[in-house]
Ligand binder design. Structure first.
Ligand code: 0A1
Ligand code: ZN
Length: 874
């Protein structure tokens, strides 16, 4: 029993059983109607189990069964039974054709799983288990079948009819309806099925593959958005080329389609040949999208494209293997983005995301291994651990093997498993067999939750001219896993001399950088014949997803922040200096907000004309309040906010001249190249510091922000100014907020930003403001982007969500309760910040637990939300 009093069915990895039947062909015939859609399904089934079985289970959910036939005859009532989760066929013959007719209700489907009708379009989302909400089926990833789909719909409301694969025939029928038949030549699991119908415009392009095949590229959007697809189309073509060049993988159909919608639970979905995307990751114009929106499009377009090989051609045996496609595909998209942009800046962004989402998850009650052992609702496992930590595990194998051997392993993986549904074990085995390497330690990484802590100590022996480095690892206990084993941790490292140059390392034949493999709980290395004292640069490029305690003092970090040639480590040293200073200020509000070492490091960075502006902006961006809180035994909500504000103010004031100079020097007409993006970022950071500072420069900066808000020729600059103005207490914030809405109210993606910025304002009155936003005419509970803009931003607002009186939690729980009736998946995902209750002081803990209990007591609690609550407070 859980705190909600219900007993959820738990699915366990160890219970996997191969299916007893396979479907060779599935033909769907769908008459689309928003209220009553009829689905006729014809399945060719044959037994693969050696012995006859007493029953065959077909999954089905929220289906109204209209008719059932076997081999052309109505099925006798004694031959089947309807159950809670579907349909049981009793004593099925060895091979047969099953035809079913069901009715479903797309407009009422606000969960956005299965077939739904939103914004005038019919769309599907079948991962993970949405297909069973369309028809009775073996809805499991190891059931691969050839799909044929015939869609029927009214010609006027749905001129466009799409599904996976190739369009084989079309026709018109009575009553103003028409139809289209699609066939996908590649057998696939049902989670990759998709169909779309609606009034959509299309942007077309072509791509010629390395072997000379022509592929039609099509992006389907609303008519008025056809001018905003260039970034998506360019990114797609770059991704296609990159996968050919880096992995030797070509696209395999004649057509690649992308459909954008405002109503989507996640970022995007890799359905075979017919990706469905959250519009946020398709549409961009300089006036409506920020630089980071553009980058998001590049990476998500690439991610879905790369799934065609890692996920679709080679798919999953069961959902416990989810990271086999997701971790690997995130690794591939990160590397793609690193190749398109600045590798160092990309890595810093990847690690920021990992630390913001995955480290806290791994340290709390929702911690789970990259390959989980059990779940009750699989949709709850599309997590930062499965995606981001999963990518880090692949990255570590890549680091240890090297580029060419890694590629050999990938080639073998595709060669062995193309067209099959496989496991993480198969992936590791391919890497091992292709390279005669033992990677068995990685099996532990996949099975063990928690973030290892690596402690490093080192000493230079002047008499021997040698440096000894000792590394120690330990993984804290996580729920259900009290005892942890050591895991293989690649530690990329170098030793820097006092001039900041890397010194040759004798143990690795004189190379000046190497990867140490920490496999036991403690190991030491000795570096001999050094020219003089050295400072270690450890975990370069963040070579493993661990927490490093390097026992270096501030002087050493200050040195590395200036001299380390590894961009990640240079940034990390800067962060370390800032975190230390912030923690000191949190503990004692009378300490100086800007200690000398940090001040010198900031000064050196500002004076360094060599440094690329995007990287410079990273170096000068302070760690977020959440990250600072992560470093404390109990999150000191208000003190952290005050300390960070104080440091912003001090840096703003102390370097007012430099910031002003940067602000003016970096002004430029809008361009979209990497350098211009970096310059905009640094310039807007300068503006933020100037506004945080006090005195004359602050007043001047507010004027600049106002001017920038009005005159900007792009959304990056306009939004940066808007955020500063809307989130600062000054008299015309309200006017600016109104003005922004009036300018952009026809652009949903821009209005999402408008909602989010208000919900993120760090003042007590934000709670009232958010109450108003929820009844704003533009707010819509059925549109996940809009709900996330308000409730997601609110739950990420450190001081307002965590207000000491518990008001934030109570309010939030009420909203999640309401959302659960509309969209359980999104409700469950949004509720996860409440799981962190153990990180706060006693009154907050109590208020958060009360909020969880309020949710637990909700009548008709979804399985999604019930699982999150139950695991948050077992
Ligand atoms: N596979 C997609 C993400 C995705 C996952 C689950 C969904 O519904 C529960 C929808 C999309 C990806 O990794 O891009
Ligand atoms: Zn994915």
């Amino acid at each position: 029993m859980n705190i909600s009093g219900s007993k959820a069915t738990v699915i366990r990895r160890g219970d996997y059983q191969a299916p007893s039947y396979q479907v060779s062909e599935i033909a769907l015939d769908v008459r689309l109607d928003p209220d009553n859609t009829e689905v006729h399904t014809r399945l060719q089934l044959h037994r693969i189990a050696p012995e006859p079985v007493a029953e065959l289970h077909l999954d089905g959910e929220s289906l109204e069964l209209l008719g059932l036939q076997r081999d052309g005859q109505a099925l006798a009532e004694s031959a089947y039974r309807l159950t809670e989760g579907g349909l049981l066929l009793l004593n099925p013959p060895e091979a047969f054709i099953l035809e079913s007719r069901v009715r479903i209700h797309p407009r009422a489907n606000t969960a956005l799983s299965g077939l739904y009708h939103a914004g005038g379009q019919f769309l599907t989302q079948c991962e993970a288990e949405g297909f069973r909400r369309i028809t009775y089926y073996l809805d499991r990833p190891d059931c691969l079948a050839r799909f044929t789909v015939t869609l029927h719909a009214p010609q006027d409301s749905c001129p466009v009819l799409l599904a996976n694969g190739n369009c084989m025939a079309t026709g018109v029928e009575e009553g103003g309806w028409h139809w289209a038949r699609w066939e996908d030549p590649y057998p696939k699991p049902a989670y990759l099925f998709a169909m779309v119908a609606g009034d959509l415009a299309v942007v077309r392009d072509r791509y010629r593959t390395a072997s000379g095949r022509e592929v039609a590229l099509e992006i389907y959007v609303a008519e008025r958005d056809t001018g905003a697809c260039a970034q998506a189309m360019d990114s797609l073509k770059h991704a296609m080329r990159w996968d050919e060049e880096v992995y030797g993988r070509e696209y395999d159909l004649n057509r690649y389609m992308i459909v954008a919608t405002d109503s989507f639970n996640m970022g995007a979905m890799e359905n075979k040949g017919l990706n469905i995307f959250n519009a946020k990751y398709v549409l961009a114009s300089p006036e409506t999208a920020t630089d980071s929106d553009y980058q998001g499009i590049e990476s998500v377009i690439a991610h879905e494209y790369f799934h065609n090989w890692t996920g679709n051609r080679v798919t999953l045996r069961d959902w416990f293997q989810l990271s086999l496609k997701e971790g690997l595909t995130v690794f591939r998209d990160q590397e793609f983005s690193a190749d398109q942009n600045s590798r160092g800046v990309q890595r810093i962004g990847d690690v920021r995301r990992l630390r913001a989402a995955q480290f806290p998850e791994d340290a709390g009650p929702l911690a789970h291994p990259v390959r989980p052992d059990a779940y009750s609702e699989i949709n709850n496992f599309y997590t930062a651990t499965v995606y981001e930590k999963g990518a880090e595990l692949v990255r570590m194998m890549h680091t240890l093997l090297g580029n060419v051997p890694f590629r050999k392993g990938m080639d073998l993986y595709f060669e062995r498993h193309d067209g099959h549904a496989v496991t993480i074990e198969d992936f590791i085995a391919a890497m091992e067999d292709a390279n005669q390497r033992d990677l068995s330690g990685f099996r532990r990484w996949y099975g063990q939750a928690g973030t290892p802590v690596v402690r490093a100590t080192g000493s230079y022996d002047p008499a021997r001219h040698s440096y000894t480095l000792t590394l120690h690892q330990e993984t804290p206990a996580t729920p259900g896993q009290p005892v942890k084993e050591a895991v293989p941790i690649p530690v990329r490292m170098a030793l820097l001399n006092t001039q900041g140059q890397r010194v040759p390392l004798e143990v690795v034949g004189g190379a000046s950088e190497t990867v140490l493999l920490l496999e036991q709980s403690e190991q030491s290395w000795n570096f001999a014949n050094l020219p003089g004292p050295v400072i270690p640069s450890l975990l370069r490029g963040f070579s493993a997803p661990v927490r490093l305690q390097d026992s270096l003092d501030d002087d050493a970090h200050g040195f590395l922040a200036r001299h380390d040639d590894d961009p990640f480590n240079r940034w990390e040293s800067m962060q370390d200096l800032a975190v230390k200073a912030l923690l000191a200020a949190v503990a004692d509000s009378s300490v100086a907000p800007l200690p000398i070492t940090l001040r010198n490091a900031v000064a050196a960075t500002l004076a360094d004309r060599q440094v690329d502006p995007a990287f410079c902006a990273e170096l000068l961006t302070l760690p977020g309040e959440d990250y600072i809180g992560e470093q404390m035994p109990v999150v000191a909500v208000e003190a952290i906010h005050r300390a960070r504000d104080g440091m912003m103010r001090a840096i703003g004031r102390h370097f007012a001249k430099e910031w002003t100079g940067l602000y003016h020097d970096l002004a430029a007409a809008y361009q979209r190249d990497g350098l211009s993006i970096g310059r905009r970022r640094l310039r807007n950071l300068a503006l933020a510091y100037l506004i945080a500072g006090e005195g004359n420069s602050r007043e001047g900066a507010i004027l600049h922000a106002r001017q920038q808000y009005i005159q900007a020729d792009n959304m990056t600059d306009r939004l940066a100014a808007f955020q500063l103005l809307a989130q600062h207490r000054h008299h015309d914030a309200e006017d600016v907020i109104l003005d922004f809405y009036q300018r952009w109210h026809e652009y949903p993606l821009v209005i999402d930003k408008w909602f989010a910025i208000q919900a993120a304002a760090p003042y007590p009155k934000t709670l009232r403001q958010v109450e108003h936003l929820l009844v704003h005419p533009a707010f819509d509970w059925r549109v996940p982007n809009r709900v996330r803009a308000v409730l997601g931003a609110f739950a990420a607002n450190p001081t307002v969500f965590h207000a000491a009186d518990g008001s934030g939690y109570t309010f939030f729980a009420e909203q999640i309760r309401r959302l659960d009736d509309i969209n359980p998946q999104t409700a469950a995902r949004l509720a996860t910040p409440l799981s962190r209750w153990q990180r706060y002081d006693a009154p907050r803990q109590q208020a958060m637990v009360t909020a969880l209990k309020i949710l637990a007591g909700k009548p008709g609690l979804s399985r999604d939300l019930a699982e999150v609550i139950q695991r948050s407070h077992p």
